[in-house]
Each structure stands twice: as structure tokens, then as C-alpha cells.
Design a protein around this ligand. Structure first.
Ligand SMILES: [Zn+2]
Length: 215
């Protein structure tokens, strides 16, 4: 089986995003890029995460041609391919519809830098991208613009996209974004927000990169 290990990792990541409550039923999608071939392995369309097996994962080339796999690739494949084309360091993408971050993408243009984990993993505040139509390359363009060099973005009225140098990084970032969104919603209900200074954010991010090697 082509890219067997990557396919297995994608299946495991699917179970993780399901168990951590970042997705329900079949929402969201996951992909990873093989460094040697440049091929992209991606979850199939409309299959529940706890039912996906490695053979259900679809392998594509950078243009989206199917190299291996019988299933239909995720409907958000154009977004994944565009992000990979613009972010060469990205080796994995996780897209979820996690509730709190999605709620923020309905009403606000960012999650300010309020907890250290976000500075560590993402490098600064998490922006909400402009609206993009589901299933289009334009959604990928909106995501890349909104990320502005960072590792996470909220899609307006839609969900969250994170990237990483491994699937675990991208999963970790998706968890961090949702945690930050929860803290933000609770903190806002308690009073006015204080944020971490930008200079501190840079230090936290660099420390984390050196320690964990996550983007
Ligand atoms: Zn989506």
C-alpha cells in the first residue's frame, strides 16, 4: 500500500480529533504530505472517523490527481492542496469544526493572545480568515491569507485549519486553538481581557520551537 505509514497516522489522527471532541460525525478532514514524493494523503469524503481504515485514505499528487485509493477524496481537497502549495514547510493539515473556535469565527476577527500555549504553538493571535466558499480553492486562499505565516487560522462561519511539520503538530495546534477559544469565551463573560505582550509571545514561540521542534 502506497504511503502506508502516513495513511495509518491519518486514521489515528482522525480517532484523536473525534475523541477530543474537535469534530462530530464526518465533519472536518485531515491530510499529510510525503516529503519524498510530494504526494498528499487525505481523508475520504463522508466517512465517519471511527470507520476509516488506511485503505480508505486517498493519495493524490500536488495537482489533485488520484495516485492510489478507491474512495472520493475530501471535498476540501482544493483547500488542502492550495495550502501545501503556499506553505512548503507544512507536512500536515487538520481541519475541524470545533465548537468554540467556530463560534468565534461567527462573531470576531481573532482570538487575541491570551494563553501561553497559543504563543508556543501558533506564534501569536489566531486570526479569522475572510469568508470562503466550502470546497473551493478560494477557501484555501482565504486560509493562507488569514494564517499570515502562522500555523492556525479560523475560517469565517466555518471552522479551523491548522498546519504542522507532522500530523501530531497539526493535531496539537487544533487542540490549542480550541482551548484558547474556550478560555476566551469564558474570560469575556467574566470581564475585560488582558493579553500576553507581543515581545513575550516571540520568546515563548522560540523557546517552544527549540524544545519541541513544532512550527
Ligand atoms: Zn469544513
Amino acid at each position: 500500500m502506497l504511503l502506508k505509514e502516513l495513511r495509518e497516522e491519518i486514521v489515528e489522527t482522525g480517532i484523536k480529533i473525534l475523541r477530543t471532541g474537535l469534530v462530530t460525525v464526518t465533519w472536518g478532514n485531515i491530510s499529510a504530505r510525503d516529503s519524498e514524493t510530494g504526494y498528499i494523503a487525505i481523508t475520504p469524503s463522508a466517512l465517519e472517523y471511527d470507520k476509516i481504515t488506511p485503505s480508505d485514505i486517498v493519495v493524490l499528487d500536488a495537482e489533485g490527481n488520484v495516485i492510489d485509493g478507491k474512495r472520493k477524496p475530501s471535498s476540501e481537497t482544493p483547500m488542502h492542496l492550495y495550502i501545501y502549495s503556499q506553505r512548503p514547510e507544512a507536512k500536515a493539515i487538520v481541519h475541524t469544526h470545533s465548537t468554540y473556535a467556530t463560534a468565534i469565527g461567527v462573531v470576531r476577527d481573532e482570538i487575541p493572545l491570551i494563553i501561553g500555549e497559543v504563543a508556543n504553538a501558533v506564534g501569536g493571535s489566531i486570526k479569522t480568515a475572510r469568508y470562503g466558499v466550502e470546497g473551493t480553492v478560494d477557501l484555501g486562499k482565504a486560509a493562507v491569507e488569514g494564517m499570515s505565516g502562522r500555523a492556525a487560522v479560523i475560517l469565517q462561519n466555518h471552522g479551523v485549519v491548522t498546519i504542522g511539520r507532522t500530523l501530531n503538530d497539526a493535531f496539537f495546534n487544533a487542540v490549542v486553538v480550541e482551548d484558547a477559544a474556550k478560555v476566551f469565551c469564558i474570560a469575556k463573560s467574566l470581564g475585560s481581557i488582558t493579553t500576553i505582550p507581543e515581545s513575550e509571545a516571540e520568546r515563548l514561540h522560540q523557546d517552544f520551537l527549540e524544545t519541541y521542534g513544532i512550527q
